[in-house]
Design a protein around this ligand. Structure first.
Ligand SMILES: NC(=O)C1=CN([C@@H]2O[C@H](COP(=O)(O)OP(=O)(O)OC[C@H]3O[C@@H](n4cnc5c(N)ncnc54)[C@H](O)[C@@H]3O)[C@@H](O)[C@H]2O)C=CC1
Ligand SMILES: O=C(CO)COP(=O)(O)O
Length: 352
């Protein structure tokens, strides 16, 4: 585990070249927006889309209206459904599919996936069944070294970034020089990434905050106000930092953009799919009804509440809010009943 604050960046060092030709695999809300960030940063961008009509719309009109109605991509961004074409000559590959589908997608791309370039992971989740973080899945499926995997995380609601509203992010890689190369590749007028070597902390924070956002939405749906939401955000931060501490993360990461930054954005914004999903549950909708209403977009917390719960149990870490979200989403417990359950627990010290 790195010492908190141990690495003083020297931005003058430029040991690795900045990747110029970058392929984004996934044309959903964040993949498309990230392609814009890259293109606005001066990179040459190709997107792989699962659906032909999405690829055609991006290439012909530079729009992707089913995900981002107001977005117009910069000139030059093109899309294809053919992974081999998308990946030809890629100097870095961005993985922008939902976390539970990453393994299957990676496996299908493997024959054409370059394994000597940085693989940049955008997904925020923990895999069901294996309890693995996304970088672990990438290393396992592709056989690349962990130093080649870069995680980008932070308070980055796609719709806001697509509208060029200023936002910061974290580029995490155990190889600091590679993090700096990707930082340069994605820095632009409205997107400011900071480097971090704590991949474990950044990934856990990104996955856990989705679950806490579900709980905040649920509280809002039940009619509760700012005190409840602030309490959930703060206790959510405590439980995710507890898990991170056990798994070797740097505690400072949870105070940073990938931690409290993303937690506050996702738990507060009506643009968050996870928060919105929770709000629907709080208002009495079933999981299936809330799922239908997300319009095919992913609310990662619904599945990650189960995988994170398993991970926490395997390491003897208490995560009462994550546990509660699992009970609502997968055991049919009514949200209002959970409030009583959570308040009935043994009283404890804030940092105990
Ligand atoms: N949307 C956002 O604001 C942000 C999302 N993220 C993370 O990025 C990852 C991707 O999210 P989005 O692009 O927002 O998701 P999305 O639901 O908008 O799009 C998912 C994309 O992956 C493709 N895909 C490929 N295989 C799939 C499968 N088996 N099931 C479902 N979709 C499949 C879809 O066709 C689509 O292009 C998630 O882990 C999310 O948490 C991270 C930061 C911001
Ligand atoms: O990760 C995100 C913002 O940083 C997006 O959150 P949602 O998936 O809840 O929309």
């Amino acid at each position: 585990m790195p010492e908190p604050g141990a690495r003083q960046e020297t931005q003058q060092e430029m040991p690795l070249p900045t990747p110029q030709r970058i392929t984004v695999l996934g044309a959903g809300s964040w993949g498309t927006t990230f392609a814009k960030v890259l293109a606005d940063a001066g990179r040459d961008v190709t997107i792989w889309a699962r659906r032909t009509e999405v690829a055609e719309e991006i290439t012909e009109k530079r729009t992707n209206t089913s995900y981002l109605p107001d977005l117009v991509l910069p000139e030059g961004v093109r899309a294809t459904t053919d992974a081999a074409t998308a990946l030809a000559d890629a100097e870095a590959v961005v993985l922008a599919v939902p976390s539970q589908s990453l393994r299957a997608n990676l496996t299908s791309w493997l024959p054409v996936l370059p394994t000597d370039v940085p693989l940049v992971s955008l997904a925020k989740g923990v895999e069901l069944g294996t309890m693995k973080r996304m970088s672990e899945v990438i290393v396992e499926v592709t056989g690349v070294s962990p130093e080649q995997v870069v995680v980008v995380s932070g308070p980055n609601l796609a719709v806001e970034v697509a509208a060029e509203q200023p936002a910061a992010a974290v580029v995490a890689c155990t190889d600091h020089d590679r993090a700096v190369a990707i930082q340069r590749a994605i820095s632009g007028p409205y997107f400011r990434p900071y480097t971090n070597v704590d991949v474990v902390g950044c990934e856990l924070a990104g996955a856990c905050k989705n679950v806490i956002a579900l709980s905040c939405g649920m509280a809002a749906g039940l009619g509760y106000g700012a005190n409840t939401v602030a309490s959930l955000i703060t206790r959510g931060l405590a439980e995710m930092a507890r898990l991170g501490g056990k798994l070797g993360a740097d505690p400072l990461t949870f105070a940073g953009l990938a931690g409290v930054g993303d937690l506050v954005a996702t738990c507060s914004s009506p643009l968050s799919r996870n928060r919105t999903f929770g709000e629907r549950l709080g208002k009495g909708e079933t999981v299936a009804q809330a799922q239908d209403a997300t319009g095919g977009q992913v609310a990662e917390g619904v599945k990650s509440c189960s995988s994170i719960r398993e991970l926490a149990r395997a390491h003897g870490v208490d995560m009462p809010l994550t546990d509660a979200m699992h009970r609502v989403c997968h055991e049919g417990v009514p949200p209002r009943k959970l409030v009583a359950e959570l308040f009935d627990r043994a009283k404890k010290s804030e940092w105990g």
